[in-house]
Design a protein around this ligand. Structure first.
Ligand code: ME8
Length: 510
């Protein structure tokens, strides 16, 4: 079985996850689930990034030891990921032994290669970015990403000779178009790399919460140098070479657009220095805005995912974010657009389709799938449409066009509703055309099953409920293009409402 190793960014432990960080995990989950359906042996990694100045600050303010503070933060992430049905296989924390061992060994290799040296550095540091800023990163003297003034830092630090890898990284990006995606991110990174990469300070002596450098334990490792290594320390580097060999290089790092440079310039430079292969692909997704404004941890303008999940279910949030915000660009969450999409797509198109199908199965077909003994060209047209949908979804998923894949599926949901209208089983029933009614019902039950498999990566819980109501195992069936009519005899259940219609209801205090 071919393997597929997918990762997301590991979130800073200093604040709760929000709908932007959740969007990333949901998108990666849809990809992981799709790959599993395709038969890949998927390994899906997520985690928490702990050795940051902001984490230490928060812990000190709370009068806590930073690691104990992080222990308390872990469930804020893992509980949410569970509630969202994120199917990660592993969750790494950068304070874990396996990671510390990996980061220490990695550092040693770069040091042995002659790529680490000590020097004095004076620069403007943004704690939000955990990075020194260049003039081009500033707008009116403030960080472009965080709108906060940077701190002037003067330190004698250990540096990583990233400049040495400028040409190799540039060539790699130029020669491997899939390495940085989407195109807009690739162009941004290429501009940065073509300007020349500068050596980067990778240690701190002013702060203690971090991994001590093996060559100088009075310094701790810079949080980005430390954090990027999670992708390999989680899969056996350096202590389990067989596992590492099997899983590395990763097939896909899913990250937000603000951290593409770290993943596509620094990380490849680090890996080249350590003599390790580069990941196959990095996808820098866009931003989720909230009510037209960028979400911000510092101002608290955030959409709390629980405000959607608690009243409306995880799939409502998953569906909205994946459908409304194309995976390669920014998009906005407003309560009005959420309500519109939920009612139109989930409650009306999909919920009604299931409800009508099950209702008619009970009224006209004794709740059982009967033989399709009176076929009609309309059935072939529906089957052809669904098989076309399969091709469209597969092609979109190959390009990681998640929203487009959903668009294709909904096209088929509506087409299946249209099949009901054009066959009008209630009229056929009145006319006593039992064989034809049962044929239509068999086609409908098959279409719903077919759609449930395609829906699984995006709305896994609802796809499972659809299958249960159809009398099937809730786990998704095999992914197969062929529309093969269900064998007679299967029983369906009474329909329950999958997505009750909602009124716009913005939670108080938002
Ligand atoms: O950057 N919309 O952690 P983080 C979409 N620890 N994505 C968003 C977003 C938004 N509004 N806000 C944040 C870090 N993200 C580092 C990563 S990886 C080795 C280290 C994304 O908690 C962001 O781009 O600030 C990043 O990919 C992820 O959420 C975690 O952000």
């Amino acid at each position: 079985m071919p393997r597929y190793y997918i990762t997301t960014a590991i979130d800073y432990a200093n604040s709760n996850p929000h709908s932007g960080t959740a969007y990333e995990k949901i998108g990666a989950d849809a990809i992981a689930r799709w790959k599993r359906l395709q038969g890949y042996d998927v390994h899906f990694l997520m985690g928490m990034d702990e050795h940051s100045m902001n984490v230490e600050k928060k812990a000190v303010a709370a009068g806590m030891d930073p690691e104990a503070y992080c222990d308390g933060m872990e469930p804020k992430f893992t509980d949410l990921w569970k509630a969202l049905h994120i199917s990660n296989d592993d969750f790494i924390r950068t304070t874990q032994k396996r990671h510390i061992a990996g980061a220490t060994e990695f550092f040693r290799r770069c040091h042995a290669k002659g790529d680490i040296y000590k020097a004095k550095y004076v620069g403007l540091y943004c704690v939000g970015c955990e990075a020194y800023l260049k003039d081009s990163d500033l707008v009116d003297g403030r960080c472009r990403n965080h709108n906060t003034p940077p701190q002037k830092l003067e330190e004698e630090n250990w540096f990583f000779r990233l400049s040495k890898y400028t040409d190799a990284v540039r060539r790699h990006i130029e020669e491997n178009p899939e390495f940085v995606q989407p195109e807009i991110r690739r162009n941004e990174v290429l501009n940065v790399v073509r300007d020349g990469l500068e050596d980067i300070s990778i240690s701190r002596s002013t702060f203690k919460f971090g991994i001590p450098l093996p060559c100088d334990p009075s310094h701790v490792m810079y949080v980005w140098f430390d954090a990027l290594i999670n992708y390999i320390s989680a899969v056996g580097f350096p202590d389990d070479p067989a596992r590492f060999e099997r899983l590395w290089p990763a097939d896909l790092h899913v990250i937000g657009k603000d951290i593409t440079r770290f993943h596509c310039a620094l990380w490849p430079g680090m890996l080249l220095s350590a003599g390790l292969p580069l990941p196959k692909s990095v996808w820098g997704h866009g931003w989720v805005h909230y009510k037209g404004q960028k979400m911000s941890k510092s101002t608290g303008h955030l959409l709390d995912p629980w405000d959607v999940i608690e009243p409306h279910g995880a799939d409502a949030l998953r569906y909205f974010l994946l459908r409304e915000i194309a995976w390669d660009r920014d998009g906005d969450f407003t309560w009005d657009s959420f309500t519109l999409r939920y009612n139109a797509d989930l409650a009306n198109d999909l919920g009604n389709l299931l409800h009508r199908t099950l209702n008619m199965m009970h009224r006209f077909s004794a709740g059982t799938v009967q033989a399709a003994s009176e076929p009609d060209p309309k059935d072939g047209a529906l089957a052809a449409h669904l098989e076309g949908c399969f091709d469209g979804v597969s092609a979109a998923m190959d390009r990681l066009a998640l929203s487009e894949a959903l668009e294709r599926i909904w096209d088929s949901v509506r087409r299946t509703n249209q099949y009901i209208e054009e066959n009008a089983p209630w009229t056929l029933n009145k006319q006593g055309r039992t064989a034809r009614v049962q044929t239509v019902m068999a086609n409908l039950a098959t279409a719903m099953e077919y759609l449930s498999v395609l829906l699984h990566p995006f709305i896994p819980q609802s796809a499972g409920r659809i299958r249960e109501q159809l009398g099937l195992d809730p786990a998704p069936g095999a992914l197969s293009r062929a529309f093969v009519l269900r064998a007679p005899g299967g029983k369906v259940r009474e329909g329950t409402v999958l997505f009750p219609r909602i009124e716009t209801r913005e939670p108080k205090g938002n």
